[in-house]
Design a protein around this ligand. Structure first.
Ligand code: GRF
Length: 196
């Protein structure tokens, strides 16, 4: 891995880009030895795309439903010289050709304490609602390595917070989001430093 490590950040169609921003700020202030080489969005109207542009980050829109998605990603990875791919709100599985090119080098953030409250369709408000319905005393977030299944790869870092009496999915989401913005940069630092 090069230093500074070159990061690609994949956002989803509804991503607000808050994790992307936290990672970009951590790169800019030197708290992680990395630079954002590219933000990849699945559609031109993803809110995170506008946020990326306003931060001056290089962006591209690639529709994951096109037949040559993997090929385009792998070409771009070469062109930009990516070391790591960060999934920040990206909701799809990563094609095996891309995982093979980036073994253990694709990281995702999930807004709960995996292995619970994860899997296909578990994203956004639904995750926090499930945590509340299960009567959990705590929640948090998980940064994990990505494999060919949803939310199952090796855990890199978890941060925890309490579930408070009277919490709604929204209030819990806000508390967890603050942790996420610490966790993703911290996990990236760990992964990059472990290779140097
Ligand atoms: C975060 O809650 C993250 O855990 C999940 O998608 C959300 C993205 O939020 N994977 P943002 O776009 O980073 O604000």
């Amino acid at each position: 891995m090069q230093l500074p490590a070159r990061l690609a950040i994949f956002v989803g169609p509804r991503s607000q880009g808050s994790n992307m921003r936290a990672i970009a700020e951590a790169c800019a202030n030197g708290s992680i030895p990395a630079v954002v080489a590219r933000v990849v969005a699945p559609t031109g109207n993803a809110p995170a795309l506008a946020a990326a542009r306003s931060l001056g980050l290089p962006v591209i829109v690639i529709d994951p439903d096109t037949a040559d998605f993997s090929e385009r990603i792998l070409e771009l990875a070469e062109e930009d010289s990516w070391d790591l791919i960060c999934l920040a709100g990206y909701l799809r599985l990563i094609p095996s050709e891309v995982l093979d090119r980036f073994p253990r080098r694709v990281l995702n953030i999930h807004p709960a304490l995996l292995p619970r409250f994860g899997g296909k369709g578990m994203y956004g408000r639904r995750v926090h609602q499930a945590v509340l319905e299960a009567g959990e005393a705590e929640s948090g977030c998980t940064v994990h390595r990505v494999d060919d299944r949803y939310d199952e790869g090796e855990i890199v870092l978890q941060l925890r917070c309490p579930v408070m009496p009277g919490d709604t999915a929204e209030s819990l989401a806000e508390r967890v989001a603050r942790l996420e913005h610490e966790a993703f940069p911290a996990a990236l630092r760990m992964v990059i430093e472990s290779e140097h």
